[in-house]
Design a protein around this ligand. Structure first.
Ligand SMILES: Cc1ncc(COP(=O)(O)O)c(C=O)c1O
Length: 483
């Protein structure tokens, strides 16, 4: 048995504490680290309890607890009267160990490349899209449903664990979609997701890889483009005009197309019937899948949102839906509807990532949908969204921009939470952003949503802002352009 190297005990001290860490665990971590660094060789005897506790500034009981833990882990042996002895060899870190970059996969590199940075800063009026709208949250109905279901969830945990989500919720969703959106859905065609982004990721990994082609609207939702491109598949842009995607641009080589026919993101136009038919005909001809992102379904400003494309071709269309906007983004509740053979594949691959959706939220969702509370809530909030849009459009129309720019030709959307604003001739996106920021106004630019050249435009999120802020924001934009 050897004694410690000269001075080794002097280096025994407590490491900085960690949040929530008990004192005996901190003592154990500090001693463990000393052993692992090779400061105390195998066979070294520790000082007596009284001395060591004094040196560390802890009570003897705390030290005894720490040593018991280290003994259970095999770092030391307590040998009665002969003291406590280090029982593992230390492994001193070689001097100058290099810490190189993380060994990221090509998928991770591509995924990180696809991110869109957001401007930081404080603004008096923040028109940027994607902000939660407090009034959209059905607080009473959701709270009641959660409380009721929380009391039941312990009773049958395994029966409810289905990678597709509880059958009860899938039934409620199928009924809701058939009744409200003219979809053609059975519960077996529904999978609950943690929102549309997770659905896109799951589908991208199942259907895409390097060497395949995904057609995407251009401009489009950056999160979709990033998820599809991260697989290594080539993206083929499909131009969008004032009627939505142009079917003539759809490539024969595509495995799938990502589209937002209900309310093109971000230009807000609805795809007319003739183009819907052309899109389905193309998919049938080239054997492609259509990913229909119906993100704005429940945000339609009128009582009767248009039918989903899925109802036209349930064997080709995968419908993606989200409750991110209406229930609040933090619930991460969404769903996809797909042909049964696609659902079988997803049910098989999902257990590799997350086993299934959060059951409590899913069951609460079933209640909110089937009790009619969700539909009633939408009836209440629709007029509020419509009113805010009207306020914004009226303010833009009445705002003088000075001599150089005659007016704002804002597009009046039938759905969604933002207005698409093509910029007047001669005004660039960067120039507008800069001028607006000087007046304390933030907005979203079209640029990051496109893969190529595009006429400049901005997006003004309106639903999260009260009317007085909408008017103030437009006054400031007017000043920004006149100055
Ligand atoms: C067009 C579009 N699709 C999907 C999503 C994402 O939905 P989720 O929050 O369910 O992932 C968004 C979110 O802003 C969106 O704008």
């Amino acid at each position: 048995m050897t004694g410690p190297p000269p001075g080794a005990w002097d280096v025994l001290s407590l490491l900085p504490d960690l949040p929530g860490e008990a004192l005996h665990a901190r003592v154990a971590r500090s001693l463990r680290s000393t052993v692992l660094r090779g400061v105390l060789a195998e066979g070294s005897r520790l000082p007596g309890h009284r001395r060591l506790a004094g040196q560390l500034g802890v009570s003897r009981n705390t030290l005894v607890d720490a040593l018991a833990q280290l003994e259970a882990e095999g770092y030391v042996q307590v040998r009665g009267r002969s003291g406590t002895v280090v029982s593992v060899p230390g492994a001193p870190a070689p001097a100058g160990t290099a810490t190189g970059p993380l060994p990221l996969s090509a998928w991770a590199e591509r995924a990180l490349d696809g991110r869109v940075a957001d401007a930081a800063g404080e603004f008096r009026v923040d028109f940027r899209v994607g902000q939660p709208v407090a009034e959209l949250y059905p607080e009473a109905a959701w709270t009641q449903a959660l409380a009721r279901r929380a009391g039941q969830i312990g009773q049958q945990p395994t029966a409810l664990l289905d990678p597709l989500g509880p059958l009860e919720t899938r039934r409620a969703l199928a009924a809701y979609l058939n009744a409200e959106r003219s979809a053609r859905v059975t519960p077996e065609m529904v999978m609950l997701t943690a929102g549309t982004q997770s659905a896109l990721d799951a589908l991208a990994r199942v259907f895409l890889e390097a060497g395949r082609v995904a057609a995407v609207e251009d401009p489009t939702y950056a999160g979709a483009r990033a998820a599809l491109a991260a697989t290594g598949a080539a993206l083929s842009p499909v131009r969008v005009d004032d009627q939505g995607l142009q079917p003539g641009d759809l490539p024969d080589s595509a495995t799938l197309v990502y589209t937002t026919p209900g309310c093109q993101y971000p230009t807000t136009v609805a795809l007319p019937a003739a183009r819907r038919q052309a899109l389905v005909a193309w998919a049938q001809q080239v054997n492609a899948l259509i990913l229909e992102d119906d993100y704005a379904a429940d945000l339609h400003h009128s009582a009767r949102p248009p039918a989903v494309l899925q109802g036209l071709a349930p064997e080709r269309v995968i419908l993606l839906g989200t409750f991110s906007k209406v229930l609040a983004p933090v619930t991460r509740s969404g769903f996809l509807v797909a042909p049964p053979e696609v659902i079988r594949v997803l049910a098989g691959t999902r257990p590799l990532t997350d086993r299934g959706p959060g059951t409590l939220d899913a069951l609460a969702l079933a209640d909110v949908l089937s009790s009619g509370a969700y539909a009633r809530h939408l009836r209440r909030v629709r007029p509020l969204i419509r009113h805010r849009q009207e306020v914004l459009i009226a303010a833009l129309a009445g705002q003088s921009l000075g001599e150089q720019w005659p007016s704002w030709p804002a597009r009046v959307a039938a759905s969604g939470l933002h207005v698409y604003l093509p910029l007047p001739q001669g005004l660039s996106e960067a120039d507008l952003e800069h001028r607006a920021a000087r007046q304390g106004v933030a907005l979203t630019l079209l640029g990051p949503f496109t893969g190529g050249d595009h006429p400049p435009a901005a997006l003004l999120g309106f639903a999260h802002l009260p009317p007085e802020d909408l008017r103030e924001g437009v006054r400031r934009l007017g000043r920004a352009l006149r100055n």
